[in-house]
Every structure is written in structure tokens, then in C-alpha cells.
Design a protein around this ligand. Structure first.
Ligand code: PEP
Length: 251
């Protein structure tokens, strides 16, 4: 059995005080939320330390939205895996489409970041997904397969069960358009098959695969009912504690 995982990606939103206030509200709203769902907040770097203090005894885990692949060095403006771990993160998002699109991340840098994350005990949430043009060309599965194979290049089999992969069709991110639950499941099943092909079916069956792209309280239940969708990576609808609490119930 794979434990469902709901992750809220705040992107470049929320000051420290807004982040703390969100968590206080969420804890009130989701007091008796089921513990069967791993709950993750992917906060801006600036809020992580303060959130970690507040969440000390909580089951809510923290993620960074990016890391740099080097151990340390003259990389002005960057943050390493060690620093992210040190400040209290359990997870880290790697290769979000906005990073690929605006910050030049490639399959190769994604792979290096995955290795850096595992080396420091962080659990990567690796994002893959096609744009609208690629979808219209009918190459979604092929493209996503290439992204998964590249991201996992030289990753040890023992690390595979700790992975999370987020299938996020780019055309569905922040647009209000969602893949149908069946379409999303078909691609997630393909991702599982690819991991199984690389590491054996048993490992493929252990990997948690999220869907992301305009997930809301209204559509999360249908997505979660799909056999190969183990959770959601949520942007816009994760910014409000009321909406996040509803997502948690739906998950
Ligand atoms: C995301 O940021 O990963 C995302 C899926 O955003 P949204 O839910 O707003 O589409």
C-alpha cells in the first residue's frame, strides 16, 4: 500500500508571518484530519526555518521548491541540499516546469539535483510533464518517459521507494484546465511502468506518483480514486488554509 501524499506548492507567495498564520489556521481546521495522508508544504526558502519551529510536533512536513546540485561553493543566490535539510525540510521539489521554463533547468541538472537530494537524506518530488504542443503531437508518454529515465539516471535501486514523481501537464498548471482523471492515470501508470522497467516491478509499485495541474477541492476525490495516482501537487488551491484543509479531506 502506498501512502497518499498531498503537497502544497506555494511558489513565490507568502511572507514569514503569512506562512505562520496559514499553518495556525490549517491546524485549527484540520485538527481531526486523517493521518493516512502525508501532508507537505513546499514553502519559499525564507519561511522554512520559522515554519519548522512551529511544526515541531506536527505531522505536516516541509519541502523546499528547489536546490542547487553542488555541495557548496561560489554560486551566489543558490541553496544546497545540506542547507535545506539543516533548516528542517523532509522533501524537495526538483524540476518543476516553471524551473525548467524560466531558469533553464534540464533533464541533466534535474538528475544531478536528485543525486544531491538523496545524498543528504532529502526525498525528491521530481516533476515531469508535457506542454500543449507535445500533447497535441501525441508524444506525452514518450516525453514523460524520457524525463523519468533521465531524472533517475544512476539512481540506486535502494533509493527508489523514497522517490515521489509528480506528473504535471504544463498546460494544466495554473490554467484551471485539468487532465481528465483517466488521462492523468494513464500517464501515471506509464511512469510506474517505466520505473518498473528500470528497477523491477516491485520497486515501481512502491513509487508514489502525484498528479498536479489545477487540482482543487472539487476534483481531488476523482483523481485520488485512480489506481496509479497516489496524491497531488497543488499550487493555487494550496494557498488558502480552508481550501488546503478541504484538499486534505478529499485526499
Ligand atoms: C504546481 O505549481 O505545481 C501546480 C500544479 O499549480 P496549480 O495547482 O496552480 O495548477
Amino acid at each position: 500500500m502506498r501512502k497518499p501524499i498531498l503537497a502544497g506548492n506555494w511558489k513565490m507567495f507568502k511572507t514569514v508571518s503569512q506562512a505562520l498564520s496559514f499553518v495556525e489556521h490549517l491546524q485549527d481546521l484540520a485538527e481531526d484530519a486523517p493521518q493516512q495522508v502525508d501532508t507537505v508544504i513546499c514553502a519559499p526558502f525564507t519561511s522554512i526555518y520559522a515554519l519548522n519551529q512551529l511544526l515541531e510536533d506536527s505531522s505536516i512536513k516541509l519541502a523546499a521548491q528547489n536546490l542547487h546540485q553542488a555541495e557548496e561553493g561560489a554560486y551566489t543566490g543558490e541553496v544546497s541540499a545540506l542547507m535545506i535539510k539543516d533548516v528542517g525540510c523532509t522533501y524537495v521539489i526538483i524540476g518543476h516546469s516553471e524551473r525548467r521554463q524560466y531558469f533553464g533547468e534540464t533533464d541533466d541538472s534535474v538528475n544531478q539535483k536528485v543525486h544531491a537530494a538523496f545524498k543528504h537524506g532529502l526525498l525528491p518530488i521530481i516533476c515531469v510533464g508535457e506542454d500543449l504542443d507535445q500533447r497535441n503531437q501525441g508524444i506525452t508518454k514518450q516525453l514523460v518517459e524520457e524525463q523519468v529515465r533521465a531524472a533517475l539516471s544512476a539512481v540506486k535501486a535502494d533509493d527508489v521507494p523514497r522517490l515521489v514523481i509528480a506528473y504535471e501537464p504544463i498546460w494544466a498548471i495554473g490554467t484551471g484546465k485539468t487532465a481528465t482523471a483517466q488521462d492523468a492515470n494513464e500517464v501515471c501508470a506509464h511512469i510506474r511502468q517505466v520505473v518498473g522497467d528500470m528497477y523491477g516491478k516491485e520497486k515501481g509499485d512502491l513509487v508514489r506518483i502525484q498528479y498536479g495541474g489545477s487540482v482543487k477541492p472539487e476534483n481531488i476525490e476523482e483523481l485520488m480514486l485512480q489506481p496509479d495516482i497516489d496524491g497531488a501537487l497543488v499550487g493555487g488551491a494550496s494557498l488558502d488554509p480552508g481550501s488546503f484543509a478541504k484538499l486534505l479531506k478529499g485526499a
